[in-house]
Structure formats: C-alpha cells, structure tokens
Design a protein around this ligand. Structure first.
Ligand code: ATP
Ligand code: MG
Length: 414
C-alpha cells in the first residue's frame, strides 16, 4: 500500500484516466486551482486530452503509457468507470489513486453492485441474476415486465433491453450474447420494471478519514434511457426524502471505504399505502453508483460554491472537504448530437449543422458548455446548458425558450 497520504498542493500534477467530458471538466477545475494535469486516453481528439498539459495517447492497459502517467503525476483518478480495475491497482502501488480499484470494480458490475446495496440494507428493485442460458427458466415471472441489463459495460441505456414476456426475455438474452466477443458470455440481471414516480441522484465526496460532504440531491428526467434534464431547486424533492437519500448514499460510500467523488442514483416510487407507522409519501430504491462525478452534477459548476469537480480535485490532492453550498436554483439540460441535425435531414442522409447558440445565449442566466467533440452523432453527449437565476418560474420560462429553439419537447416544473 502507498505511504500515508500528504496534501498535494497546487503545482503538483494530477492525472486522470479517460479523456471524456468529465475528464475535461476535472482538468479545467484542477487548472483553475493551479495544478498541472495529465490525461491518458488513446483518442488524440478526446475532450480532456485537448485541454490538459500532458496528453498520453495510449490504451488504458498500455505499460508504456501507464509508466509515463506515473512519471508525470503525483496522484491519479478516473473519469471513466470501465477502466480495468487492475490498472488502478497497479498504479496504486506507486502513487495515490482514488477511487480505489476495489470500489470501481463493484461499480463496474451490476451483480456485485446490487449485492453491495443489499449488504448496506439499501433497497433495490427486485431482480434476478442470469449467468447462463439455463438460469432463464428459474427466474420468477413476477420480474416481468422487466429490463434485461448487462452486468458490465452499460451506459446511457446501452446494454439494456425491455422485455414483456419469457419469450422476449429469451430473445433479448440471445441478442446480448450474440454481440459478445468474449466466449464466456455476458452475465445479466433481469430487473423488474418499476412504476417510477421520478428519479434522483446525489453526489458526495468522502476522504480517507471518512469525512463525507454532499451536493444537494438533484431530480433527474430521463428520455430514452438518457439523462435529459436535472432540476435542483426548492420543491423538487421533499425534505424527508433528501435526508434519506443522503443517509443511504453515505452508507453505500462508508461500506466501500470509498475515497473520492461518488454519485448514487435512485428511483422514487409512490408509497401505495401510507399508514400511521409508514406515513412517507414516497419509497425509494437505489439504481446504481458511478465512482466519479456525474452528468447530473454538472449544475454544481455554475450553481454551487464548490463543484463536483473541485470535490474530485480536493479528494485526489487530500485537501480539506468543505460542504458545498448551492448559491441559486439551477436546471441542467443535456445537449445530444441529434440537435446538430438539420431539419432537412433524413434518416439515410443526415445533414449536420451548428445549433443557433446566439439565440440561446441572448437569454439571461444561460451557461453553455460544449465538450469540444468534433463529430456530432445521434444520442452522443455533446454538451449541456446550465440555467441559473433566483426565480424558479423564470428558469422554466428560459428552459422552454431553449427547448423551443432546439425543437425539443418542453419540460414542466415539478
Ligand atoms: P447511465 O449509466 O447513463 O446512468 P445506464 O445505462 O447505466 O445509465 P440505468 O441507470 O440502469 O442505465 O437505466 C437508465 C434509465 O432507464 C434509468 O435512469 C430509468 O429511467 C430507466 N430504468 C432503468 N431501470 C429501470 C427499472 N427497473 N424500472 C423502471 N425504469 C428503469
Ligand atoms: Mg443510470
């Protein structure tokens, strides 16, 4: 194990595995605080690679690339949860690394992750594990209709198939296995499809002494399995629910001895029969964790005094954690590549163009964030817009002016 942790003061070099938008925002924040930065990502055009001091353009497992990362850096984190846990383990024998390989390995695998939640006594959606074809027959029918999810490598709703019947379940399993290069096949979970009232998530940071701070819990709207809007203002989430989210998320982090920034996603259900002994209006189940900052926490850059990326820098550099304060109500709208499609496009013949940012930037309280991805693609996260202001109603007016300009369906205030 590495020697006792000391503060890494500005001037030190912080490294990140993965060069996506999360890495880019981490780099921006670390640079603002006076750190040098290094990114390991094979893509020469990766969003974080384009803005860091040192971009190492190798695969995540390339020994030479990893040696270079260790030579340049004083500590390393990850923005990419599918980085092989062994790589983190190897790096950690030479320099401080957080989150740990162990914590990341739990988050990478839905089966281990669900077991961890259950061990923490945090409720999960009813589910069954399928590792072989024969397991399909043993699943209770009560899990249908359900969602078949790959145990590993899913994101943005990829690796998930909704199924109504045992026949559909079988075809979905076969379809997933047919796409596997690994002869071992891909273990899956079948999760019962729940009537979600809404979804929310919470971002916390935990340091090596077990001190935890959190961002205010946020309410999330997904469209087609992808986060579309995050809402963080008075009236989004009942107080009692917020307290419970914080308790559950802290337990999940504590039991992992987690160090770093962690996002915990929850599903909120209507409590069918509130009773005097259980008067709560809502019940919740945990969905999954992300061992890193999260898309739903982007609003913190403009709306909080300490952002999720500053928390990541502070954790990595072993600096004190102070509790982030939200400075004003905020909304965050994701910008997917589809918005770059010209209305004259057809499915077979797409025409790409830049959305009318000038029209959007005319509006008050709008913060445009683009990730520097050169090529828009359908469903690809290209950027986001944070809207801040003191009046919540005005935020929604602005939001729907933006959705109108972008030809997106409107959103309503909870
Ligand atoms: P990401 O990594 O982008 O958060 P993911 O691919 O890991 O997404 P999930 O978070 O498991 O996928 O699911 C994506 C979305 O699908 C959820 O946010 C929710 O809207 C819906 N969903 C997933 N599981 C269920 C369920 N059991 N019941 C109802 N809706 C669900
Ligand atoms: Mg999710």
């Amino acid at each position: 194990m590495h020697a006792p942790i000391k503060n890494l003061l500005p001037g030190a070099t912080l490294g990140v595995l993965g060069g996506g938008q999360l890495g880019r925002m981490f780099v921006h924040c670390a640079q603002r605080m006076g750190y040098q930065t290094a990114v390991l990502d094979p893509d020469p055009q990766s969003p974080a690679g384009l803005v860091c001091h040192h971009h190492i353009k190798t695969d995540y497992e390339d020994p030479q690339g990893l040696r270079e990362l260790m030579r340049l850096c004083d500590a390393v984190t990850t923005e990419f949860e599918n980085v092989p846990a062994l790589v983190l383990q190897e790096l950690a024998t030479h320099l401080p690394v957080n989150p740990s390989a162990f914590a990341v390995s739990i988050a990478q695998d839905r089966i281990k992750e669900k077991k961890h939640f259950t061990d923490c006594k945090v409720p999960v959606a009813p589910y069954g594990v399928i590792t072989r074809q024969e397991d399909l027959g043993a699943l209770p029918e009560t899990l249908l209709p359900g969602i078949l999810k790959t145990a590993r490598l899913g994101y943005d709703g990829k690796g998930q198939i909704r199924v109504q019947t045992t026949q559909e379940l079988k075809s979905a399993w076969n379809e997933i296995q047919a796409h596997q290069r690994d002869a071992q096949g891909m273990p899956c979970v079948l999760e019962k499809l729940l009537p979600l009232e809404f979804e929310c998530s919470i971002i916390l940071a935990r340091n090596a002494s077990g001190h935890i701070v959190n961002l205010p819990p946020q309410r999330n709207i997904h469209r087609d399995g992808i986060l579309a809007l995050t809402q963080v203002h008075e009236g989004c989430l009942p107080k009692a629910l917020q307290t419970q989210l914080i308790e559950f998320a802290s337990e999940v982090a504590d039991q992992l001895k987690y160090v770093g920034v962690l996002c915990v996603e929850f599903f909120i259900l209507k409590n069918a029969n509130p009773s005097p002994s259980e008067p709560q209006q809502y019940s919740l189940v945990v969905n999954e964790i992300a061992p890193r900052p999260h898309n739903s926490g982007h609003y913190s850059v403009e709306a909080c005094d300490v952002s999720q990326f500053e928390l990541q820098v502070r954790c990595l550099a072993s600096l004190p954690l102070t509790r982030p304060r939200q400075l004003c109500p905020a909304l965050m709208l994701n910008l997917l590549g589809d918005l770059w499609l010209d209305p004259l496009s057809t499915e077979r013949d797409p025409i790409w163009r830049e959305p009318d940012w000038a029209a959007i930037l005319k509006l008050n309280g709008v913060h445009l964030n683009l990730y520097g991805k050169h090529e828009p693609r359908r469903l690809r996260k290209m950027g986001h817009i944070t809207i801040t202001g003191s009046d919540v109603a005005a935020l929604y007016t602005t939001l729907n002016e933006i959705t109108h300009i972008l030809a997106l369906p409107a959103f309503t205030r909870p």
